[in-house]
Design a protein around this ligand. Structure first.
Ligand SMILES: [Fe+2]
Length: 391
């Protein structure tokens, strides 16, 4: 008996040492939805140590998440599962207009043993036992009405962002759009979470799709080049399109606002060539069946076009606007100038109006095939502007 007790004590000691020695791993940001389409969605989150990560999905059929083994989706690159701190797991092969539940999981990489075998920490994940699993609904082109909210030029004003989106989870939005300059630069890897994505994840973005347009300030700072890793778009570039209800949305990246050789860009800017490449994509996009057949077309571009403005605005006018004119765009939503401005169709040869949402305000839009209805409110909920188009 004494020997048995000694053995048990020894085992307990080993276990205690093992558990204590196991490296700690936890969440560092997110999760939040990205690139929600008709047949796919992506979930992004960060861990505070290197990990492999995956997503499990379940139908919205009333069964418990634990009722059976759920399909697993991994982040892979050329056949290898990703090991890192930032995770973007793409879930594909889904049905349109369908709600799915999901949970995120991750397992820390504690070290490398003999023969390159990895040693893992215990798996961790979002709680589907005490809490409702996250859920997402794929896009539905047959919906009659689309409702979305947009904010821009928050420039690290997190308190105001939280006030603007405090009720977003239950507001019934099809999606939320952040239209650029959510921070003034991206100096380090945690800046995006610290100033808006942790709040967005907490307030709505685990369940409400989020689409992001890159602003000129997101091109600045040591980690600016990593922006697309935080906001992965279907084609790997920060401009893309999607269809929801009667609306075809074109999300553009206007690049920087000053000439490429300006002293502010340290000789690194190549946005003229970038916008030329993007215009080639835009030409293909506006010629697509999805664009041509949509009853309503809305372009989203942080920097508004202007032939008499700064260099970026002039380039957008010259390279993007002729293509958007030809596509029959109904409205462009912009920001950047930190005040409300509505330029009607006909301004500078544009066949569509351009509406600039003020900084630190929320634009709510309701769109049907018959027209667009917009309301802009401040952080106190006071209505500042309304705008309506009829088809
Ligand atoms: Fe801006």
């Amino acid at each position: 008996m004494k020997r048995l007790l000694s053995l048990a004590a020894a085992l307990l000691t080993v276990f205690a040492v093992s558990a204590a020695d196991e490296p700690k791993i936890g969440m560092a940001g997110g999760p939040y939805l990205q690139a929600v389409g008709e047949t796919e969605f992506t979930v992004v989150w960060a861990t505070d140590a290197d990990a492999v990560a995956w997503v499990e999905i379940a139908p919205d059929d009333g069964t418990h998440f634990y009722s059976c083994s759920r399909p697993k989706y991994y982040q892979t690159h050329l056949g290898i599962r990703n090991v890192g701190k930032l995770h973007a797991v793409r879930v594909t092969g889904l049905e349109p207009a369908t709600t799915y539940r999901y949970r995120i999981l991750y397992q820390g990489v504690a070290g490398v043993e003999k023969k390159n075998r990895l040693r893992y920490t215990s798996p961790r994940g979002s709680d589907v036992f005490r809490h409702r699993p996250y859920s997402v609904t794929t896009l539905d082109r047959n919906k009659d009405t689309v409702r979305f909210a947009m904010a821009n030029d928050m420039h690290e004003h997190d308190t105001e962002l939280r006030a603007l989106f405090k009720d977003a989870r239950t507001a019934g939005y099809d999606f939320v759009c952040f239209n650029g300059d959510m921070t003034s630069s991206i100096p380090d890897r945690q800046h995006i979470f610290r100033h808006y994505m942790s709040s967005a994840s907490e307030l709505f973005a685990t369940d409400t799709p989020l689409y992001v347009a890159r602003g000129n300030h997101e091109l600045r700072g040591n980690c600016a080049a990593e922006f697309p890793e935080y906001f992965p778009a279907p084609e790997g570039v920060p401009y893309y399109s999607f269809r929801q209800g009667p609306v075809f949305f074109i999300v553009l990246d206007g690049g920087e606002d000053k000439p490429d050789d300006d002293i502010e860009y340290s000789g690194l800017a190549q946005y003229d060539a970038y916008r030329t490449e993007e215009a080639e994509w835009l030409k293909r996009t506006v010629e697509s069946d999805d664009c041509r057949t949509a009853p309503i077309k809305i372009a989203i571009c942080h920097v508004p076009p202007s032939l008499k403005g700064w260099h970026g605005s002039v380039e957008i006018s010259q390279k993007f606007v002729p293509l958007l004119n030809g596509a029959g765009i109904d409205l462009m939503l912009s920001g950047h100038i930190h005040r409300y401005r509505l330029q009607p169709a006909g301004t500078e040869g544009r066949t569509f109006p351009v509406l600039c949402n003020p900084n630190r305000c929320r634009l709510d839009a309701t769109v049907t095939a018959d027209g667009i209805d917009i309301r802009i409110t401040d952080v106190e909920g006071k209505t500042l502007h309304t705008y309506k188009t009829g088809k």
